[in-house]
Design a protein. Structure first.
Length: 157
C-alpha cells in the first residue's frame, strides 16, 4: 500500500513543527525586551468630589517588560499644568504598583494626565504607553477638579 502525502499535509506538518519556507516560525508573542512601564488605570477618591474636597488620584503603573524597572518618577498633570511629581519604587516584570497624588476639587471640566517615568530616564521598547488620561466634566455630577498647589514644581531629572 502506497501512502500519498498531499501539499496540504506538508504545509500543516511544517506549521506544526515550526518551520516555514522563510525560516523559523514563531507562534508565541514575546514580552518587551527590558522594562516597559505602562499607566494602566487612573482612579479618584472620592469618586465624585464636591468643590473644596481633598482628592487623591491613584495611578496604576505596570511593568509590561521582561526585566525590572528601576525607581523612577510619576507626574500628574491637570489641564496641562503639573499637579504633582512623586517617586515610584522599582517594579518587577508583570507587577503593578500604585502611586497616589493629591489635589483639591474645583468646578469645571478637566483632563488628568499621568505619566510614568516622567523624567524619561528608563529606556523602554514602548514609550507611548507611559501615559494615560482621565476626563472630568461638571456638570453632570458634583464639582470637579483640582487646584494646583505646587504647579511650578519641576519634574526631577
Amino acid at each position: 500500500m502506497k501512502t500519498i502525502i498531499t501539499r496540504t499535509q506538508v504545509i500543516l506538518l511544517a506549521l506544526l513543527i515550526g518551520i516555514t519556507a522563510a525560516g523559523g516560525y514563531q507562534t508565541a508573542a514575546y514580552a518587551a525586551a527590558g522594562p516597559d512601564l505602562a499607566v494602566t488605570g487612573i482612579t479618584l477618591a472620592p469618586t465624585e468630589p464636591a468643590i473644596g474636597d481633598k482628592v487623591v488620584i491613584t495611578a496604576a503603573i505596570k511593568n509590561l517588560g521582561d526585566t525590572a524597572a528601576p525607581a523612577s518618577y510619576v507626574t500628574c498633570y491637570i489641564d496641562d499644568s503639573v499637579l504633582e511629581t512623586r517617586p515610584s519604587a522599582a517594579i518587577e516584570p508583570g507587577i503593578t504598583t500604585t502611586v497616589g497624588l493629591a489635589g483639591t476639587a474645583t468646578g469645571g471640566s478637566h483632563i488628568i494626565k499621568v505619566i510614568a517615568d516622567a523624567s524619561n530616564l528608563i529606556p523602554e521598547p514602548d514609550e507611548d504607553n507611559n501615559s494615560r488620561t482621565y476626563s472630568l466634566t461638571h456638570p453632570p455630577g458634583p464639582a470637579h477638579f483640582i487646584d494646583y498647589p505646587d504647579a511650578a514644581k519641576p519634574i526631577p531629572r
